[in-house]
Design a binder for this molecule. Structure first.
Ligand SMILES: Cc1cc2nc3c(=O)[nH]c(=O)nc-3n(C[C@H](O)[C@H](O)[C@H](O)COP(=O)(O)OP(=O)(O)OC[C@H]3O[C@@H](n4cnc5c(N)ncnc54)[C@H](O)[C@@H]3O)c2cc1C
Length: 316
């Protein structure tokens, strides 16, 4: 028995959510009194993983696995699970990992729980706490069977440093043909992406027009943050659709979410509920967003934001 963590990487770098998944895997392995291994696809920089308690790092270096494919990755993982005799597989909550979890559970006939926020409250029965209804509620879910797959909700467990003497082993997988191929991939470049951002500066219709986004970009740059927006803003073409957050847009799990001139409709809040600290700037004291905020500024964005930038720059 053992715990196996799928450690996602991009451009030879691990994501913050991968360290969170690994921290969870290590804590679960300790609770179960077993070892924790991590699987890495095509990433040469594995030293940082030793800071998170992993006993064995399994590397799959194969150009056939350069691009993510849930079919190919889940087949490869199913082989590693078998050879490592793993009982529990830990994933992050990225979109790719969630696809992978569903696919893998079908192949290995495992119980799959997504959006898990804590270690299991008991091992027998194996019961985990998960978020549901777009983070508005929690459910306790019992997982049956010999094999379990858990995807850890972003920003819930944290990154827990735990120095270890890990071994590194390479693994050759029996290949399988994918039934799809990416023929073109256009990545957003130059700025911090919403999914990985620690801080997100988001603005809504209260900004009146696209010409006023300069101060939002300056604030984001000053904080090293990603920019985001409400749905109507991207629908009107003021900002690209890639910035739209909410129920029908991207989810945000940042440590700090600053909402400027956004009313706080339920569909917007659905996408940002798992962000840790929410700061709201709105000139209407009755704006619903204040009810979800940790800090609020009632005021005109056109006065508050430049003053905030000035203060932040002075501190730098
Ligand atoms: C099926 C469905 C799905 C949806 N999905 C999403 C989604 O994923 N994401 C999303 O965002 N929305 C979504 N919506 C739309 C959502 O219901 C709201 O209409 C939308 O979030 C409102 O955007 P807003 O807050 O930018 O604009 P508004 O509701 O117009 O609010 C603007 C806010 O700015 C404030 N303001 C105005 N002037 C200033 C100023 N000078 N300084 C400071 N504050 C100012 C106002 O007080 C107001 O609170 C969805 C709706 C539906 C029906």
């Amino acid at each position: 028995m053992g715990v196996l963590v799928y450690i996602e990487s991009e451009d030879n770098k691990f994501k913050k959510t991968s360290y969170e998944a690994l921290s969870y895997g290590k804590a679960l392995a300790d609770k179960m009194n077993v070892k924790v291994s991590g699987v890495v696809f095509n990433c040469s920089e594995t030293d940082s993983l030793k800071n998170y308690g992993v006993d064995k790092i399994i590397t799959i270096n194969d150009s056939d696995y350069k691009e993510f494919s849930s079919k190919k990755y889940s087949h490869a993982l199913s082989q590693v699970i078998k050879s490592e005799n793993s009982s529990d597989v830990i994933l992050s909550s990225s979109a790719n990992s969630k696809f992978l979890g569903a696919h893998l559970s079908g192949i290995i006939d495992a119980s799959y729980a997504s959006n898990v926020v804590e270690l299991p409250e008991s091992l027998n029965p194996f019961v985990v706490k998960r978020t549901c209804f777009t983070n508005k509620a929690f459910s306790s879910t019992e997982m049956f069977g010999e094999l379990r797959i858990i995807s850890v909700s972003s920003n819930s467990f944290g990154m827990i440093e735990n120095l270890s003497d890990s071994t590194v082993e390479s693994y050759n997988v029996d290949k399988i043909e994918s039934n799809q191929k990416i023929i073109k991939l256009e990545k957003e470049t130059g700025s911090v992406t919403i999914a990985d951002a620690d801080i997100v500066v988001s603005a809504g219709r209260g900004l009146k027009g696209p010409e006023n986004w300069g101060m939002i970009e300056t604030l984001a740059e000053t904080l090293g943050a990603a920019t985001a927006c409400s749905k109507p803003v991207s629908d009107m073409g003021w900002r690209p659709h890639s910035e739209h957050v909410g129920q029908t847009g991207k989810p945000v799990s940042s440590n700090l979410y600053i909402a400027i001139g956004i009313s706080g409709a339920i569909q917007h809040l659905a996408g940002i509920n798992s962000s840790k600290v929410k700061v709201v700037i709105n000139n209407d004291p009755e704006a619903p967003f204040f009810k979800a905020a940790d800090y609020g500024v009632v005021g005109d964005a056109f006065q508050v934001v430049p003053a905030l930038i000035e203060k932040l720059k002075a501190r730098q």
